[in-house]
Write a protein that binds this ligand. Structure first.
Ligand code: GUE
Length: 304
């Protein structure tokens, strides 16, 4: 039986530590604050942002949700971010992605001042991270490393293979694992003999964005498999492809009309020594690390 790495429990541990930190800052009259910008009505985005704002409340952070109309222009969003950059009570700025297509996403993300960039998406933070300087690192990759560390899974000297090279997950995950002294390989759509490479991994990080992409023959027996994928499926035929025979999942699917599946096929988890499930794996860590980054930003900005 493979060991399940309980992301919800690890996230709770981190959130408790952040809440302690927030209490200490309160004694110095400091209340860390997060501004979350949400444009449009994508149901998943709304859910995630609400969950972030709610978690702020639970941990004692100040938070504010800013919801410009769906038709907002790039110019208007730039003004809005300039305002948040200047505000003394805002330590972290989060711009929920994706944005509507008329908004120039890169221009907007680059306008967030790096000291308040709690998503770690700004090129200055990406550069600081790769140059080994103190940086706000992206939340999901930080969560991946936290899960490994807090589960007692060794990283130093291990072979880590990251599948996916996005700027917000794959690349920074590889960088963080490298800083932990893993031997890191990044794979992508052009990688030759992908299963041969992934089978070398002691730690396999799947960040592709395609449901069930990692199949059993791609996993070395006993490896640790971290599934970063969040893919919503609504088609019953699709459902059967991944979860045939899983009665508990079928109940949830019947009730909600959808479920989420990761980038790792459930059959591939059976080969692993340990793995993060979806849901309940990396997702909850993303929010916990956002809280941790916001408190860190509050400290750094005050020179603490
Ligand atoms: N600027 C920006 N920053 C982000 O961090 C960001 C973003 N935009 N856009 C969208 C993605 C997605 N994301 C998730 C956060 C938490 C869960 C999470 O908590 N998931 C739970 C529940 C999932 C469910 O049931 O739907 C779980 O995996 O157990 C998932 C996904 C943050 N993102």
């Amino acid at each position: 039986m493979s060991r399940i790495l309980d992301g919800t429990a690890i996230a709770a541990e981190i959130k408790a530590e952040v809440a302690e930190d927030v209490k200490k800052l309160a004694e110095q009259g400091i209340k860390p604050g997060l501004a979350a910008v949400l444009v449009g009505h994508d149901p998943a985005s709304e859910l995630y942002v609400r969950s972030k704002v709610k978690t702020c409340g639970e941990l004692g952070l100040f938070s504010e949700m800013i919801e410009p109309p769906e038709t907002v222009t790039t110019e208007e969003t730039l003004k809005l971010v300039a305002n948040l950059n200047a505000r003394e009570d805002v330590d972290g700025i989060l711009i929920q992605l994706p944005l509507p297509k008329q908004v120039d996403t890169k221009l907007l993300l680059d306008s967030v001042m790096p000291e308040k960039d709690v998503d770690g998406f700004h090129p200055v933070n990406a550069g600081r991270l790769q140059a080994g300087r103190p940086a706000l690192a992206p939340c999901t990759p930080s969560g991946v490393v936290e899960i490994l560390k807090r589960s007692g899974i060794p990283i130093a000297g291990q072979r880590a293979v990251v599948v996916g090279r996005s700027d917000i997950v794959g690349k920074p995950a590889a960088m963080l694992l490298l800083h932990e002294n893993a031997t890191v390989t990044i794979c992508h759509s052009k990688t030759r003999d992908l299963p041969e490479v992934t089978r070398e991994a002691d730690i396999l990080v799947a960040a592709i964005g395609r449901p069930g992409f990692i199949t059993p023959e791609m996993v070395k027996p006993g490896a640790t498999v971290i599934d970063v994928g969040i893919n919503r499926i609504t088609d019953p035929v699709e459902f059967e492809k991944y979860f045939a025979g899983d009665g508990k999942r079928a109940d949830i699917f019947a009730r909600r009309g959808s479920t989420i599946v990761g980038d790792v096929h459930p059959k591939a988890f059976e080969i692993a020594g340990a793995y993060t499930p979806v849901p309940g794996g990396v997702g909850p860590l993303t929010i916990a690390m956002l809280m941790a980054n916001t408190v860190r930003a509050a400290r750094l900005r005050r020179g603490l």
